[in-house]
Design a protein around this ligand. Structure first.
Ligand code: HSE
Length: 309
């Protein structure tokens, strides 16, 4: 049995406009790389080799540490692990940085212990890592980070995660403006009550998006990529948001919204060329405000977390 393993865990886009906390998909890039080694003694030791400061190294404060410990308690194992994090997804970017790490941690431990649990069963443990990162154990990043593809969290209690059918030729344009929005802060600004008329609109859009993805109906997908509840509040945290969104849609994107809690913005596109044009158009709008940004263009990742090649 192996004693050490290198894992790749992908970035993810959560919410996907209308599906706050319930919809997400995985990207082919970027992703985090984590090396996990079995130790002789119990306990999780964490090393960070990335330039990103402020990543807690105490296991009980770290997303990976908490996710792995929850998993180990569940399977009643006291195996110890040494974890070396090479983060390529910047924390606070809105593309599932903490989720990728948590996914890698539980997947790696499960592999090194000869897979007592199935991949689908790992989501419930990785979620606990999110609680440390932002105060809420949402699964719309960890579920696609683990399973790949486009995922619906139908229910949290009990956890019910559904893989959705989707057109595999979809391309995603991501623009990451170099400002930081902490998920914890972006959750605090949300209203806790919504109007029934807004809920009705949102339900229609979620169902429309799921149906559009299954039928490969691009016009229905485009009509459904609308968020009347979360985006109007959170877009205020992203300078120039309305212009960035308009630029992506004018460049031919099916739709555009905030990725997770932001500040990254995603656009769903029918071709690689449209995704390229949309990302350049979005970058220009941020540049007009003297905000640098990083572009990621990618298809939807079908595998999720995996052993690194
Ligand atoms: N659903 C979460 C939120 C995702 O929007 O707060 C965070 O990436």
């Amino acid at each position: 049995m192996e004693n050490s393993i290198r894992i790749f865990a992908p970035a993810t886009v959560a919410n996907v406009a209308c599906g706050f906390d319930i919809l997400g998909f995985a990207l082919e890039n970027p992703g985090d790389e984590i090396i996990i080694k079995k130790k002789d003694k119990p306990g999780i030791t964490i090393f960070n080799t990335t330039p990103y400061k402020g990543i807690p190294l105490k296991a009980e404060d770290n997303t990976i540490g908490v996710a792995m410990q929850t998993y180990l308690s569940h399977i009643a194992s006291d195996t110890g692990f040494e974890v070396t994090i090479t983060k390529k997804i910047k924390p606070g970017s809105g593309i599932g940085s903490s989720a990728a790490s948590a996914a890698a941690g539980v997947f790696g431990a499960n592999m090194l212990l000869d897979q007592p649990l199935k991949k689908e069963e790992l989501v419930q443990f990785a979620m606990h890592g999110e609680r440390v990162a932002c105060g809420s154990a949402h699964a719309d990043n960890v579920a696609p980070a683990i399973l790949g593809g486009f995922v619906l969290v139908r229910s949290y209690s009990p956890l019910d995660v559904i893989r959705l059918d989707f057109p595999e030729d979809l391309f995603i344009a991501i623009i990451h403006p170099q400002i930081e929005v902490k998920t914890e802060d972006a959750r605090k600004v949300l209203r806790t009550e919504i109007q029934l008329k807004d809920a009705v609109k949102q339900w229609g859009n979620i169902a429309g998006l799921v149906a559009g993805l299954a039928r490969k109906d691009y016009s229905l997908i485009a009509r459904s990529l609308e968020d009347v509840i979360i985006e109007p509040v959170r877009s205020l945290l992203i300078p120039g948001y309305e212009k960035v969104k308009r630029a992506a849609i004018d460049a031919g994107a099916l739709g555009c919204s905030i990725s997770g809690s932001g500040p990254s913005v995603f656009a769903l596109c029918q071709t690689q060329e449209i995704a390229h044009n949309a990302s350049i158009a979005m970058e220009k709008e941020f540049a007009n405000l003297e905000i640098d940004s990083v572009i990621y263009n990618s298809k939807i990742n079908l595998e999720g977390v995996q052993i690194a090649e």
